[in-house]
Design a protein around this ligand. Sequence first.
Ligand code: NAP
Length: 305
Amino acid sequence: MRNVIIVGSGCAGNTAAIYTARAGLNPLVVIGHEPGGQLSLTTQVENFPGFPEGINGPDLVENMRKQAENFGAEYVWGGITEADLSKAPFTLHVDGVPQQAHALILASGASARWLDLPNEQKLIGHGVSSCATCDGAFYRERKIMVIGGGDSAMEEATFLTRFGSEVTLVHRREEFRASKIMLERARANPKIKFLTNTVVEDVFDVNQNLVTGVRLRDTVSGKTWDQDVDGFFLAIGHVPNTKPFKGQIELDPDGYIISHGGARTSLKGVFHAGDVQDRVYRQAITAAGAGCMAAIEVERFLAGH
Ligand code: NAP
């Protein structure tokens, strides 16, 4: 029986682990299917306070884990396959193995969203990717396409110009959600071509088991055309990882945890931290702050019992 199980090993989960471990609560951290969370998929992080020259994302999150382990946090590989939050102690099955705890911190983050094109899933890993940092280097001197109009799309398009012969950024609207600085950086890059008011209808070629092109549609004129592409990168946001908790705690229609103030969920003893609840700020530093809040609430909750 654990005092607390933390679900997720991103910024939020690791910070919660540092605080709860330092408080002597011996937390168990379930690493999840995306170890290190979103930071492990980024390159340079320039806006995490304390690093004037910036810091590599995977290094930052790995440092957090080491810091938590130094205080006695334990990490277990695997994801939550089943959860019973109906009574305390709570039961979580980690890859089928049951674990119990008096308190939980849900810091399971959010995963990349897909376009749901007819052939998209079949070509993942064969030219379709949601992680420029992971897969960009495979497309040296090749034609790359990035989908999205937010900061991730700008960041990924800019990063991918290191590899690709050209990068086409496709966005479904005219206006961009991205911050001014990121948009301007991408616009100033001569290798990036912008296609606005354009949507992707499908990606080819499943028969070759390789991305060779896409079908695009201009949303204003309705015109469709095919374009040659080798690497097809999605940067269209994320979906919260709350599936095992559905029907057990309050979620909004998109699946994000509804906060009941501070780090509280609708269930006593179950707390939230990071992107699994936050659809507004979604930054490494806000996730870390949320992990700290959840840990403090867990300490108080356990002290009260
Ligand atoms: P986001 O801001 O939610 O942007 C997602 C983009 O994808 C939007 O432009 C959206 O279009 C588009 N999109 C969503 N679903 C689509 C669909 N089905 N088909 C076509 N396009 C679709 O997500 P994000 O860019 O991943 O950023 C998430 C958060 O992380 C933001 O707060 C961002 O500022 C932050 N971030 C910061 C940095 C940095 O500062 N270094 C880097 C990356 C991300 P619409 O605009 O039309 O809705």
